[in-house]
Design a protein around this ligand. Structure first.
Ligand code: 1BN
Ligand code: ZN
Length: 333
């Protein structure tokens, strides 16, 4: 393509409207995931699930990075894999939107996790397509977590949230945690009778932004005012100081039963959560950009330079103190 043609194509792309979250597409992903059958960590079926997710992301022009490790559970050693997709934004600081794609291991019945494991994975595939076409002020990372479910029948101790704990540990180790500014978790968002309560473990300002976005869209029948306390994949992020929120409907009759099938979920519920998350994003970015402007090193330097140039008679100490104040105000969590 000639350079003029390329510029025109890029210009037209910039003018193109951002696609909306399409629950028809999300539903089709959910159907395909459920059709794979039970998808517990370490199973051939979860390997097949990863292939489906990666293939679908590739169709949206996105490259998946695998983070794999072997984890010791109370039952056995399990090969686990998180999948991550990065959609670069204007800034390198990033927001993670996460969900789990494993299903709980049950031997006594067939558990396909339509809402529990299926809805989050289907949602992430579809929102990836939407966000790929958006001009993102911050980088967005979509994170498909493995090993959310306890390997033993009961949820307890460290026998759960293997994927999120591993991700945070690695991000601390390789330094990438520093650029992670917020985490949104979706879990069990398919319930056809959707009612999402505020989780009191979640970061209040993030919950506020999301529930306000739901209110503005008249979706407060689904994002309700009640609250509850949830342990989930957001806890390792919160423990690491990352503002995080869990968007979860645990008031689900079919939870951890053979009835968590396509009959118990609806495309409408996926649409509600897609609309609310997309409407929240600009507000989350605005909130974060305020703290980033105050704390960002590049900007602090530029401000100092401007002060020096404009008021060259000022003592140097003043500029330094200004930088110190802005740096010390790093309290974004
Ligand atoms: C969510 C879906 N969870 C497991 N499957 C986390 C959880 C476990 C939430 C126990 C509440 C109680
Ligand atoms: Zn579960």
């Amino acid at each position: 393509m000639g350079s003029a043609l390329l510029a025109l194509a890029l210009g037209l792309q910039a003018l193109a409207p951002v696609p909306k979250f399409d629950s028809g597409r999300a539903w089709e992903h959910l159907r395909q995931l459920v059709a794979i059958g039970p998808r517990p960590s370490g199973s051939p079926a979860i390997e097949q699930t990863r292939k489906y997710i990666k293939d679908q992301l590739a169709l949206s022009g996105l490259t998946t990075v695998e983070q794999s490790w072997d984890d010791q559970t109370p039952l056995d050693k399990v090969h686990m894999v998180n999948l991550a997709v990065t959609i670069p934004g204007a800034r390198k600081e990033r927001i993670v939107i996460a969900g789990h794609y494993d299903t709980k291991l049950y031997r006594q019945f067939r558990f396909v996790g339509a809402s529990d494991g299926g809805s989050s994975a289907a949602f992430l595939i579809e929102i990836a397509r939407v966000l790929k076409s958006r001009k993102n002020p911050m980088t967005i990372e979509l994170l498909f977590l493995d090993g959310e479910e306890a390997r033993m029948p009961e949820w307890g101790g460290n026998d759960n949230t293997y994927g999120s704990r591993h991700y945070v540990e690695m991000a601390k180790r390789d330094g990438s945690l520093a650029s992670l500014k917020a985490m949104l978790l979706v879990d069990m968002i398919g319930d056809r009778d959707l009612d999402i309560r505020r989780d009191t473990n979640s970061t209040p300002w993030l919950s506020n932004v999301i529930w306000e976005a739901a209110r503005r869209q008249n979706l407060d029948d689904y994002f309700i005012a009640d609250s509850t306390r949830i342990e989930d994949d957001h806890l390792p992020f919160l423990a690491a100081g990352i503002p995080s929120v869990d968007i979860i409907d645990l008031d689900y009759e079919a939870w951890h039963t053979a009835k968590d099938t396509l009959d118990a979920v609806s495309a409408r519920s996926l649409q509600v959560v897609g609309d609310v998350v997309l409407a929240s994003l600009p507000h989350i970015e605005a909130h974060l950009s305020k703290t980033l402007v105050l704390t960002g090193r590049r900007i602090v330097k530029r401000q100092s330079f401007r002060v020096l140039k404009a008021k060259s008679t000022l003592p140097r100490r003043k500029t330094l103190r200004h930088s110190m104040i802005t740096t010390l105000s790093d309290g974004g969590h």
